[in-house]
Design a protein around this ligand. Structure first.
Ligand code: NAD
Length: 359
């Protein structure tokens, strides 16, 4: 049976790592009908939008997608296509395993964490008011009247909504993931000492959900303390569940623990669809250079194979990647001891993985 899968190559270095990943997935022997869909800056002129409806339709139809990163302008311009995609498809849980493989250049060994990030609300809701707009001024006046707080008139405001339902489902997902994958503990991460309304609600909901999973240990950490603990004693943690913004930041911290962004995969899971993508962005400064590490996207492919129920193929691909890392020969510049050491290019890594898969 062939799986219909949407493939979004992305932009910047996205197309290079997507091609490499597509080749290794095909080499696993699992059959795919790739439904290639373009999104982002590349299609803005053609379709008048960075997220054309046919991309969403394709994912809704196929229910599974794998994507390369897409660039988002900083501070101005269009909103993130990645965030829009997660919201449009209600991909509420972003799962990012952080695991060290033998041979990676990391200060740590034996890291095995799973980060579950809420993906649809929090400061990523996209409800923002720019400085000096009538709406910002009105909101500042409204807040003064209803809350008593004085906000400086030259302020911009971003809204942070966190709901019981949104928190409940992501925490429940984290516990169910823990149970299904033989994990022992879930830690809820928050800043409820300061943001008592929003993070307080996230924590209270997590505590409530935890009661339904007596077989899984539960605790919580304040996010700043969590950062320090992860650097000092990561072995004490197992599955972390976090609101959107903290999840984004801690995901990169997790990537740093396991040897860098070039190795950190991700899965955006919803009730009706799943989109697999690396944690890293489009690294546009390296675009077209056949240079960056495709392994984060290839490991995302492993997650996709497992999601499709192709666990044996997932295991073989993970082992092939682990072997290539351990041998240290066909790895990209970011995995070499010195940036100037000769390194494999993106497509050579794919060639080496394919050769491993072939036995
Ligand atoms: P980035 O992840 O693209 O790159 C940060 C740095 O990490 C790079 O300069 C590079 O040194 C290193 N790096 C990243 N991926 C690597 C890889 N596969 N191999 C080797 N080194 C790698 O982050 P950024 O520079 O903050 O963002 C660039 C663009 O990507 C922005 O427009 C941002 O909005 C976007 N972005 C997209 C996604 C997504 O598509 N899901 C995620 C994060 C950022």
């Amino acid at each position: 049976m062939a799986y219909d899968v949407t493939l979004i190559p992305g932009d910047g270095t996205g197309p290079e790592i997507s091609k490499a990943t597509q080749r290794v997935l095909d080499a696993t022997g699992v059959q795919f009908n790739w439904d290639v869909q373009e999104a982002g800056l590349a299609v803005l002129e053609k379709y008048g939008t960075v997220l054309p409806e046919q991309v969403l339709d394709s994912i809704r139809r196929n229910k599974v997608a794998i994507k390369g990163p897409l660039t988002t302008p900083v501070g101005k311009g269009f909103r993130s296509v990645n965030v829009a995609l997660r919201k449009a498809l209600d991909l509420y849980a972003c799962v990012r395993p952080c695991k060290t493989y033998k041979g990676v250049r990391s200060r740590y060994t034996d890291i095995d964490l799973v980060i579950v990030r809420e993906n649809t609300e929090d400061l990523y809701a996209g409800v923002e008011f720019f400085k000096d707009t009538p709406e910002a001024q009105e909101l500042i006046a409204w807040i003064k009247e209803h809350n008593g707080a004085t906000i400086r008139p030259d302020s911009a405001i971003s809204i942070k909504p966190i709901s019981t339902s949104g928190s409940d489902r992501v925490v429940r997902y984290a516990f169910e993931y823990a149970r299904a994958n033989g994990r022992r503990k879930v830690t809820a991460v928050h800043k409820a000492n300061i943001m008592k309304a929003t993070d307080g609600l996230f924590l209270a909901t997590a505590q409530e959900v935890a009661k339904g999973f007596p077989d899984i240990e539960f605790d919580d950490r304040i996010v700043d303390n969590m950062c320090m603990q992860l650097v000092q004693k990561p072995e004490q943690y197992d599955v972390l569940v976090l609101p959107n913004l903290y999840g984004d930041i801690i995901s990169d911290l997790g990537a740093g623990l396991i040897g860098g962004l070039g190795l950190a995969p991700g899965a955006n899971i919803g009730t009706y669809a799943a989109v697999f993508e690396p944690t890293h962005g489009s690294a546009p400064q390296y675009a077209g250079q056949n240079k960056i590490n495709p392994m984060a996207m290839m490991f995302s492919g492993v997650l996709m194979l497992n999601y499709l129920g192709e666990r044996e193929a997932g295991k073989r691909l993970e082992q092939a990647l682990a072997d290539i890392i351990a041998e240290g020969k066909y790895v990209t510049y970011d995995m070499k001891p010195n940036r100037t050491d000769p390194a494999a290019g993106t497509s050579e890594v794919a060639d080496a993985v394919i050769a491993k898969l072939a036995g």
